[in-house]
Design a protein around this ligand. Structure first.
Ligand SMILES: [Ca+2]
Length: 145
């Protein structure tokens, strides 16, 4: 899978990709590693991602796609089909769905750590996550002869 993957939860890792891609291009890149854009359906996951972005750029300039999309009912949800958590981190006055064309979720719009709905065609860095299979999680060395 390469370098740059960090612990997210037990059995789940995530990585910030620093190339800039559209939302769909970013998803495709995540899926190349058998993952998807990160789903932050807990405060823990949100904090882990935010910490990683902070380490990447202490000037707080990193804006990145994460796995939030506007769903058929017009509200935001996660790409795995889960609902947004009870907490949200929308930037004040967001989501505004400007020009009725903002269906994807970016981190760090105007206020560090806060969210914005944005036209999916913009290019951003992005955060992927992968769920590890049980064989990848194996920690005990197999029997050595
Ligand atoms: Ca917006």
């Amino acid at each position: 899978m390469g370098h740059g993957w960090y612990y997210l939860t037990a059995g789940e890792c995530f990585k910030l990709f620093c190339s800039e891609r559209t939302f769909q291009e970013a998803r495709a890149r995540c899926q190349d590693d058998c993952g998807d854009l990160v789903v932050m359906n807990s405060l823990h996951k949100y904090n882990m991602v935010l910490c990683r972005l902070f380490k990447e750029d202490k000037h707080h300039l990193v804006r990145a796609w994460v796995g939030g999309v506007r769903t058929a009912n017009g509200k935001f949800g996660w790409v795995d089909g889960s609902n947004f958590p009870s907490f949200t981190r929308w930037t004040p006055h967001q989501p505004d769905n400007a020009r009725n064309q903002e269906n994807c979720l970016e981190m760090n719009y105007n206020v560090w750590g806060h969210w914005n709905d944005l036209n999916c065609g913009h290019k951003r860095r992005f955060v992927c996550s992968v769920t590890l299979s049980s064989s990848q999680l194996q920690s005990e060395p197999s029997q050595l002869a």
